[in-house]
Design a protein around this ligand. Sequence first.
Ligand SMILES: Nc1ncnc2c1ncn2[C@@H]1O[C@H](COP(=O)(O)OP(=O)(O)OP(=O)(O)O)[C@@H](O)[C@H]1O
Ligand SMILES: [Mg+2]
Length: 383
Amino acid sequence: MGSSLSCCGAEKVDEGVTLVGVNSPWRIFSYKELYTATNGFSEENKLGEGGFGSVYWGKTTDGLQIAVKKLKAMNSKAEMEFAVEVEVLGRVRHKNLLGLRGYCVGTDQRLIVYDYMPNLSLLSYLHGQFSSQVQLDWRRRMKIIIGSAEGLLYLHHEVTPHIIHRDIKASNVLLDSDFEPLVADFGFAKLIPEGVSHMTTRVKGTLGYLAPEYAMWGKVSESCDVYSFGILLLEILTGKKPIEKLPGGVKRTITEWAEPLIIKGRFKDLVDPRLRGNFDENQLRQAINVAALCVQNECEKRPNMKEVVSLLKGYQPKDKVTQMRMESVKYGEELLALDQGSGDDDDDDDNDPDESKGYGVFGAMEVQKMPEPRIRRGDRRIM
Ligand SMILES: Nc1ncnc2c1ncn2[C@@H]1O[C@H](COP(=O)(O)OP(=O)(O)OP(=O)(O)O)[C@@H](O)[C@H]1O
Ligand SMILES: [Mg+2]
């Protein structure tokens, strides 16, 4: 671990020492301090649970509200995710990326400390515990869309080396008290050496958001994030889940549902009914257009995040065709069968405090060349 953390300037630090990284000031926490702050990692303090552990609300002795992610398993995979997350977080600084507040490395614990985001994740407003409250009006949705896109633009084009997030999804977009979005969870991220256009890796991420070339062949590039962002965009505009389970058990992707409506120009039928018709029609048209560009099967045709941001803000990059084009992705039966729970909880997930359970997840060990797609079923993740 030591070497992995040296990027953050943590070569020689004692507990309690505050470091000023490229990001915001962060420090090393002791396990005892985090244990006390979270009331002994009690159930009442639990904010949610993901594939790699639970997240707890806490308050430090100096009054700072924090979210503590406690990795549940101490194995090489969890260690890798922890190291990647801390490494990447140490490199990023942007208003729409959730930075590092600190971490704790014990003999058998790994904990990451973030600022607490009072509005939790976008998932909780779209499909989770707050979904019935209709708090996401049009203005907030546009702010979340543009803010997340700007966070991604920074990762892809402004930080060196460039970073591919690889797990863009609603539960990884956190919301501050003002509904400003902060993209979180860099545990799956990949740093892209200069001059490299794409890499081949094992598949990580969440089914429903995975670009076809990545899901099938492990081919990863910035454009995989663009695809996931396109799905997220459709999800925010329509209020639909990326994969929905229809009566009878058939699973349908959001692109399969949206494509015919987009082709017919039926924008009002696409928009989330919870908005009750209160939206800006031009912005909706433009945002749907951008989503359609992002979710094209052929990665070369997708826009990059600079173009996405320009289009969302109403500018037209000169060399991009901005007409609607979309080919809905149909994951194979085998792949869809691996998606646990997405959409089969439509009736009860509004009340499910554990919002993360609504999604099937892909996961895997770190980068390895993979000539053929090889996907195996695991504990909610596929390795
Ligand atoms: N900084 C934070 N502030 C407030 N809530 C948070 C914070 N970080 C995480 N959460 C909550 O904890 C939940 C679980 O987060 P976590 O990243 O562990 O899992 P996930 O995103 O649902 O799934 P995955 O493991 O696939 O990333 C989130 O959905 C969110 O509601
Ligand atoms: Mg997450």
